[in-house]
Design a protein around this ligand. Structure first.
Ligand code: 13P
Ligand code: SF4
Length: 329
């Protein structure tokens, strides 16, 4: 395929993609031409994960974005993750397949309301989950991910009161494991909060020997059934250590692609959502799933959408993010 599809003045749209185009080959060609790196989160569709140069959890992806020597970072994840890449690598061009790929946790925590929350508790340190906007990061003291939050909390002096935002379930879980009382923002992940406890109990009865593993964004009622709780990368590691076993997985099913590759003999069982009496696809993140291979190709061919950030916000957000990187084990 010729380069006419590259950088045309009018952006190409889905209907401009010829059906015979070898999308994967074009993506690889454009990647070389642009000196780009493709980063993908575990919740992306398997075909995107297979094209990506690097797949990881939020912490892995932040580190990768901070250290890459590529000129362009193509971020297949959600917008706050692409923002992290831009905050840590401001000199790079950061492209994402769909600018509308948001996050319910980010939506729950608007900067003005978060600022008021902080001002109402001036003696508290603001520990904020990475699933938030650049503006909220700029108003925070330390950013955490589900991989490093526990270790970071343990480094904060016992007498220092903590605000934890925006995920109340992750915050509640961390309070329990660290014994630290924290004031929690009232936000939730719409994916992890909707797994059906009833369906989980049925699965557990049908598969009595299965391990139950869960992401800490799940509500406590679900976490109480879990044999193992961890970030996406830790859940993946657990599965690699239990190849051949039955495993009930309480997180977004995009990660099953890597789990099954890493543990081909494992039986992985997903848990339906409670919506509409057990909707099987409600456990897919609607934001993550906005990205497709076609949109990945288009963002490379069009060199847009490009992530842009106000420089004052970026600089301020970089402080809390760098603190996270320094405090991460
Ligand atoms: P981790 O991959 O860091 O565990 O985060 C999960 C998540 O919800 C990303 O949006
Ligand atoms: Fe946000 Fe939940 Fe989707 Fe992650 S899975 S991007 S936390 S809505």
């Amino acid at each position: 395929m010729s380069n006419i599809l590259t950088q045309s003045a009018t952006p190409l749209t889905l209907s401009d993609i010829p059906p015979e185009l070898d999308l994967e080959a074009e993506i690889l060609r454009l990647k070389k031409e642009m000196n780009a790196v493709i980063l993908a989160h575990y919740y992306q569709d398997g075909d995107i994960q297979d094209i990506a140069d690097f797949i990881g959890d939020s912490l892995d992806l932040s580190r990768k974005a901070a250290n890459t020597d590529a000129d362009v970072i193509i971020f297949c994840g959600v917008k706050f993750m692409a923002e992290v890449a831009k905050i840590l690598s401001p000199q790079k061009t950061v492209l994402l397949p769909d600018l509308n790929a948001g996050c319910s946790l980010e939506d729950s925590c608007q900067p003005a309301a978060f600022k008021a929350f902080r001002e109402a508790h001036p003696d508290h340190i603001a520990l904020t989950y990475i699933n938030c906007s650049a503006e909220v990061k700029a108003l925070s003291d330390i950013i955490v991910t589900s991989s490093n939050a526990e270790a970071i909390i343990r480094q904060i002096p016992e007498d220092q009161p903590i605000l934890f935002s925006p995920d109340k379930y992750l915050g509640g879980y961390l309070s329990k494991v660290t014994g630290r009382e924290m004031l929690l923002w009232d936000g939730t992940c719409i994916v992890h909060e909707q797994f059906s406890e009833r369906e989980l109990v049925k699965l557990k009865t049908r598969h009595p020997n299965a391990h139950i593993i869960a992401h800490p964004e799940c509500p406590e009622a679900l976490l109480n059934y879990a044999d193992f709780i961890g970030s996406t990368s830790r859940l993946l590691y657990f599965v690699t250590q239990h190849d051949g076993d039955e495993i009930i997985v309480l997180t977004e099913p995009g990660i099953l692609h890597q789990m099954q590759k890493a543990a081909p003999a494992a039986t992985l069982i997903t848990v339906p959502g409670m919506n509409k009496g057990g909707c099987v696809s409600c456990n897919n993140c609607p934001y993550m799933k906005l990205n497709t291979v076609e949109k990945l190709y288009l963002c490379m061919a069009n060199r847009r959408p490009e992530l842009a950030l106000d420089e004052a916000t970026r600089l301020q957000a970089e402080i809390s993010l760098r603190r996270m990187l320094e405090m991460s084990p």
